[in-house]
Design a protein around this ligand. Sequence first.
Ligand code: HEC
Ligand code: HEC
Length: 470
Amino acid sequence: MNVASRWIHRWSVVMLCLAVMTIGAYAPAEDQTASAGGYEALRTHPFLPPDFDEEVFASLWTVWPEPERSAAEKADNATRRQLTFSYYGLIPDTAAVGSNTLGLHAEALKPSPLGYVVDARGQWTMNCLACHGGKVAGQVIPGLPNSHIALQTLTEDVRTVKLQQGKMLSHLDLGSLKVPLGSSNGTTNAVIFGVALGSLRNPDMSLNLTRGLPPLLHHDVDAPPFWNVRKKKSLYADGHSPKTPRPLMQFILLPQVNLAKLTEWEPQFADILAWIESLEPPKYPFEIDLTLAARGERVFIDNCARCHGTYGADGEYEQKTIELDEVGTDPLRFRSLTREQRQGVKDSWLSRFGVDLVEVDPIGYVAPPLDGIWASAPYFHNGSVPTLWHVLHPETRPIVWKRTEDGYDREQVGLEIETFDEVPSSVKNAVHRRRYFNTQLPGKSAAGHTFPSVLNEDEKGELLQYLKTL
Ligand code: HEC
Ligand code: HEC
């Protein structure tokens, strides 16, 4: 490697991580103050160097393909800002309209983005809510996965505009040259970020830039909803990671974040975890047929509860991991982390050197709690299935689908979509292709979880109504 590419390599590796960490004596803080403090930290504390500034943001539309570019050119500033949010799947912080982090900014710079901290100088820094703050049926909900995010497109355009404006490239601009960020909107290659960032660290979190990247199995994952974290005993699709603050710091393991910083910020991450665990699932806002739902509860108890638990006042959920062959959903996420890498977490600061339980040999995917399941489409760890109806009808899951911006399908319960047999050949531009979810690509299969196939149509109809009540 020459010097320039090694530099790019290091920075790229830097950006992409999932770390796993904890401090001295961590006890989950459940009080209101801690969780409010956690949310405040997320919204106001930049834990990373800035990604770009307002001037770059305001120019992004100039590099769009048609017809979006002309539409933006003709629009007034406020509309253009809205178009830009929508183009990149950025969620407006509806609570911050007219107040909050952008207090020092002119009205024209509102709304602020939920997934970024924007400082008084107009510098944007990504936060957890870029992937973990979303909207459903037009309603913004922090903690709901952002099923719109177009991180690859945003990063490519930021890089182009910065080069035009003679500005320095940031960690993500460089990192994404090495590690793809996401090939369908709404999902990201976040797990591999973590692997790459983790490969830069020794067990005590000191930097090790000599090792080079391990083999990387790129694949996109749909973030899980935060309100279920309180019910879980461990984290991530395979449940390998302890539910403690340190693993949540993986995302910030850039080389300039040293052990002193990690230690200093750990209490804030404990508060962030307290905030995550304080969240409640949103209630279904549309009509439910309660007679059918009552029958559906029976169907659920008989067919689903052994893995997903029971709900209501005396509901019980005990986290179970289901063997890959039994659940049959896409295997790439499962295979992308090696035993060695999980052992690395177990031997490191991230798990307090093994004090916090790390599952080194998980067998498959966790059957998640289904609270608020109506809101968190698309389904499965890879976000391959657009509605609950399609979860219940495995043989009819679309091969290729494309969602609308805010449409909610009340019949099938989930995203309003168009379906296709393949991505239309007229769609040539990569930016436009990322708006299609293509289940034929690696890591994106919608197969498996055929458990509902034993049910008849009446039972499925009842179950669908019941699932709305969770
Ligand atoms: C680039 C998108 C992205 C960003 C940014 C991000 N996450 Fe995630 N997060 C994900 C994805 C995808 C998963 C699922 C990974 C898996 O299950 O393998 C995840 C999983 C999690 C989980 C586990 C949830 C569960 O139910 O198991 C927690 C907790 C979490 N993230 C917290 C955070 C925090 C805190 C931050 C900020 C410091 C953050 N994430 C930043 C994408 C992101
Ligand atoms: C043998 C265990 C098992 C049974 C039985 C089972 N599931 Fe699942 N379910 C899982 C697992 C494991 C996953 C996660 C799969 C993945 O993400 O790849 C899952 C995922 C889901 C999801 C998507 C969750 C999300 O957040 O994306 C829904 C919805 C669901 N199941 C509903 C049901 C219903 C309804 C039934 C009963 C008809 C049922 N499941 C029966 C194990 C099971």
